[in-house]
Structures are given as structure tokens and as C-alpha cells.
Design a protein around this ligand. Structure first.
Ligand code: GLU
Length: 419
């Protein structure tokens, strides 16, 4: 673990962008602070009759471009610091993707794997009641993140509608399709990561075709598993994947769908028969072409940066690389990091499509969702490459992406008269 916190990292990234893009220091001063952070206590009746109190947060970083948008995380390590950083990263993500949305994020410090389904439902309903006065379809719209899924969103919607005594489908996204969710939302983040990886290979590893390139993916949840499945379909060779219990490696390549079946049965990728067991640390340091961290923050740090061999790192997770490691990889190893808020924007882009469908009482076909998602991801990628070229390729890709994202928010704040 690195000694620097996610919020400190987010501030450092913002300050770098401010210098490079020459953004008004007054705007930067505003953007360093979340507009509002809500901290709530959620008492939950556990199955054994006892009461346990969980702590939850919602950070609303900036809404100059539109309603706050971002997931809710259920993880034992959730802290206010982390939630604020994640909400700031959402502001850049929606801005770069060109969406009319702001940045927000929520979280509850809990290990959802230790709760029964009933306990999880009561926790979710308690969290919703606590934050209900501060959210809404045109105020702040949550979605899933690490440890939450479409079922949690269904309870979320139901509880919110009970509180406000009206139907409000648009209060959350990534709902089950039966309750107004968008087709394609379930795999949209992974699909987007795969599309960006394919585009980054064309742009940065010119001479190589997918078949010649090896990929390792850390994390086999919603993001990691779908990224693996789509990259495999595109022809890439997935040689290693992992989850919180450990990793697997096969020189000849894995079949991601079969690995997922194994994980569904046994709760881990470990033990998959046609592969050798490795640790998460080993996975990150493998001699491969493309590394995709798709789990949590702070995994590529000053401690292991010297051992990272991948030439291209595509961030499926939010915040997996520290600024120091990113700079080192770029300067010393000539490796490029495609930043999280570009690479993993597919989820929130389809969340926005879901909002549009909810507002207009329509349902788009899966093909339409996929086509629009791909187009929007490629547009954002091209904008970043153009900006990077304009900056003579002297800075890390994140700096170029941040310049575009922060400038758009700063312009909106200026027009509103915030500075
Ligand atoms: N939690 C996802 C993210 O980090 C999705 C957010 C959303 O759909 O609002 O981008």
C-alpha cells in the first residue's frame, strides 16, 4: 500500500493539469473541494436480532455541468477520503465523455460478502432513507460500483420511491432491465475498456495485431470479467487474470467465459484447471504487453513500478496507478497509462443513456446502445490523443485528458459566475 491517500492523489493530478492547461487558479481552488459531503449512520437489524451500525457517505464534488453522477461502493475500506477522491474522478470522467453531468460518489464501509441477502437489502434501504433528501433524478443519480449491483439498485429505487411517494425511475441507473434499466449496461464498462484498449493498441503499439499481444487483468468482477471476454473476442490473448483470492496464468491463453463459469461456481478464479496459480503481485509484474488493473486503487505504486513490464497499462479500476509510478513508467520505461476516467467511462456513458431513456419513456435496442457507446468512447479517445500531440507527447496521457476535462468544467463554472 502506498502512503499517499486517494484524495491527495486526486489533488496532485488536478494541480498538474492546472499547470499544463493554464487554468484559472480560482477555478482550481474551487475544484479541490467537494461541494457537499454527506456522512450517515445506518443501523441495520442483523439476522441474529442484533443491531449493527454502518457508516455511509455521499460526496457531491461538482455539478456545474449537470446533476451529480456516480456509483455507490460497498467495501470494508471505504473512507470519506476515498469517496471524495472517487467523486472528483467522476467529475473528470463525465466531463471528458462530453456528458451533461457532474461528479459524485457514495460508499458504505461494509464487507457485503459477509452479509445475508436480507441484511444487504436492509442496509441499502437504510442508506437510501438517510441520503434521500440530497438525491433525485435531476439532483444526484447513484449507480453500482465495487460491491454493488443491479439488485442493490432495484432496492435503492424501490426505497426512494417509497420515501418520495411517487415513481422516480431516474433516481438510479444500472437498474435491472425490467425496472427501466438500459440494455447493455451490465457489460458496458468492460466493453468500453476493451474498445479503448483496441484503439490504444492501434495508436501506440502500431505494428502489432491483437493476436500478437498478451494481456493480464487484475480483478474479475463486473469490469475485469467483461473486459476479458470482449478482448478475447477481439483476438487478444488473455494470459492471466486474478481476484481478491489470487490469480491464474496460462502461457497459451485463457478462455474468459470458462474462467467466469468457474468463478461463479467456486467464488474465485483460483483453481481453474488449465492454468497455474499466481499471486496478485506476480500478475502485475508479468512479462506481458498489456496490463489492465480492474480492481481497486493504489496497486501500481513506487513499490512495484520498477518491476512492471507491460508497455501499455489500461486502467479499468479507478485510481490504480499513483502519480509517481505513472511518471516513472512514462519517463523511464516508455510505458503509457491510459487513465481510468477515459478507459472505464463506458459504464457511466450507458448510465447516461439509461437516464435519457427514462426521461423519454423509451427503450433503445442493444445494438443501438453498443454502437453509441463505442462512438462516444472513440471520440473521447481521439480528443485525448489530439491534446497529447498538441502537448508534444511530453506529458503523461492523464495530463492531456485532465486538461480537456478540467477546462470544460472550469468554463461552465465561469459562465455560471462561480469565479
Ligand atoms: N461506478 C461506475 C464508475 O466508476 C459507474 C458510475 C455510473 O454509472 O454512474 O464509473
Amino acid at each position: 500500500m502506498s502512503e499517499i491517500t486517494p484524495y491527495q492523489i486526486a489533488i496532485e493530478q488536478l494541480e498538474r493539469a492546472a499547470r499544463i492547461a493554464e487554468i484559472d487558479p480560482q477555478a482550481i481552488e474551487i475544484l479541490k473541494h467537494p461541494q457537499r459531503v454527506i456522512r450517515v449512520s445506518i443501523p441495520v437489524r442483523m439476522d441474529n436480532g442484533s443491531i449493527k451500525v454502518f457508516t455511509g457517505y455521499r460526496s457531491q464534488h461538482n455539478n456545474a455541468l449537470g446533476p451529480y453522477k456516480g456509483g455507490v461502493r460497498y467495501h470494508p475500506n471505504v473512507t470519506m477520503d476515498e469517496v471524495i477522491a472517487l467523486s472528483m474522478w467522476m467529475t473528470w470522467k463525465v466531463s471528458l465523455a462530453g456528458l451533461p453531468l457532474g461528479g459524485g460518489k457514495g460508499g458504505v464501509a461494509v464487507n457485503p460478502k459477509e452479509l445475508s441477502k436480507g441484511e444487504l437489502e436492509r442496509l441499502t434501504r437504510g442508506y437510501v432513507r438517510a441520503i434521500a433528501p440530497f438525491i433525485g433524478p435531476d439532483v444526484d443519480v447513484p449507480a453500482p460500483d465495487v460491491g454493488t449491483d443491479a439488485q442493490v439498485m432495484a432496492w435503492f429505487l424501490d426505497e426512494y420511491e417509497k420515501v418520495v411517494r411517487a415513481t422516480r425511475k431516474g433516481v438510479v441507473t444500472s437498474k435491472p432491465v425490467e425496472l427501466g434499466g438500459s440494455l447493455g449496461r451490465i457489460y458496458s464498462t468492460g466493453y468500453g475498456v476493451a474498445v479503448i484498449t483496441r484503439e490504444a493498441v492501434k495508436e501506440f503499439l502500431e505494428e502489432k495485431s491483437p493476436e500478437e499481444l498478451t494481456v493480464a487483468i487484475q480483478g474479475y468482477g463486473n469490469v475485469g470479467s467483461y473486459t476479458a471476454i470482449f478482448l478475447h473476442e477481439m483476438g487478444f490473448k488473455i494470459v492471466a487474470v486474478s481476484d481478491s483470492k489470487g490469480g491464474i496464468y496460462s502461457k497459451d491463453g485463457l478462455d474468459p467465459k470458462k474462467v467466469l463459469e468457474h468463478k461463479k461456481k467456486t467464488r474465485s478464479v483460483v483453481g481453474y484447471k488449465e492454468a497455474k496459480t499466481i499471486t496478485n503481485k506476480e500478475l502485475l509484474e508479468l512479462d506481458i504487453d498489456i496490463l489492465i488493473p480492474a480492481a481497486l486503487e493504489n496497486v501500481i505504486t513506487s513499490e512495484n513500478m520498477k518491476n512492471i513490464k507491460a508497455k501499455l497499462i489500461v486502467e479499468g479500476a479507478n485510481g490504480p496507478t499513483t502519480p509517481e509510478a505513472e511518471e516513472y513508467l512514462f519517463k523511464e520505461k516508455k510505458s503509457l497509462v491510459v487513465p481510468d476516467f477515459l478507459a472505464n467511462a463506458g459504464g457511466v456513458i450507458v448510465s447516461f443513456f439509461e437516464q435519457v431513456q427514462n426521461w423519454t419513456w423509451t427503450q433503445w435496442s442493444e445494438d443501438e446502445v453498443k454502437r453509441r457507446l463505442e462512438a462516444q468512447m472513440i471520440t473521447a479517445f481521439k480528443k485525448v490523443v489530439d491534446e497529447w500531440n498538441r502537448l508534444d507527447k511530453k506529458v503523461v496521457l492523464r495530463d492531456a485528458a485532465m486538461s480537456i476535462a478540467v477546462r470544460r468544467v472550469a468554463d461552465a463554472m465561469k459562465l455560471r459566475g462561480w469565479y
